[in-house]
Write a protein that binds this ligand. Sequence first.
Ligand SMILES: [Zn+2]
Length: 344
Amino acid sequence: MRAAVFNGPGSVDVADRPDPVIEEPTDAIVRVVLACVCGSDLWYWRGESPHPVGSIGHEFIGVVEEVGAQVVTVAVGDFVIAPFIFSDMSCPHCLNGATLSCVRGGNFGNGEIDGGQGEAVRVPLAGSTLVPVPGSGHSDAMLKSLLTLWDVMATGHHAAVSARVKQGDTVAVVGDGAVGLCAVLASRRLGADRIIALSRNPERQKLALEFGATDIVGERGDPATQAVLELTSGIGADAAMECVGTAQSIATAGAIARPGSTVGIVGVPHGEIPFVDTFFHNIGWKGGPAPARIYIPDLLTDVLAGSINPGQIFDYETDLNHITDAYRAMDERRAIKSLIRVGS
Ligand SMILES: [Zn+2]
């Protein structure tokens, strides 16, 4: 099969990889329909996080082509969606909501295990990992929204859940990438009254407003903190969400959180968490990679009902042969998120 291969920083190409086959009775083979590039893939592309040479990509939706003997919850022909990792959903960590720490789990696109940016994927623990999508003949717009549930919408939601966003809150989202925009959408879905989006980019500001932002702060660093404090009568946000992972964005999130609140942090931290600064204000930090498999059923219901449409974050499209362009467009910030059309 053809699949994206990570060769090193700045180099992702399409190449031949072995066709996936059922190796364990708990496996399934999924033929990929749509895939995308994640903000975390960019850390590898830029050489800021290590990644082994080989398969890459962890966001895809597709059709089940084959199942192992023990897979009973999904069947051949099912259109499926799944979290960006596989997990058994039955070990002590999964049962405690920490699916990323599943004792039998693992990552797609880790160099060896098939990645989402390819024609097909062997999905380990398929019965507990894949979620079949009810209905058929979904529109292209619907498919794009379903694709976000793999990772980016689940991650935005995790930021909001971790920050304890609740009805009537005034919240602030640091980061206008795909995850930040999804955190805006998730905050509105959870009932936040006022949503302050920190963004300097006019296109992203527009989408943030469409997703439910009520205020835009265009500054960065200290001026951004001042602006949010002014908007909140000097108190700070009831819930602050960190959706970038740089030292500056982490510092801003800590500085705009009101005393006694919790910062929801989902950007992979590439800077120190200023715990000593927030300690004296009883501000907590909570987050990490989203337990997407737990969130997908609820979010899926809302996507199918049309009450949320996170697929709007895709503003660049290409195919597998042009995978390099998909990375470049995001790296150069020409695209919020790149969609890759793989199959039908
Ligand atoms: Zn587990």
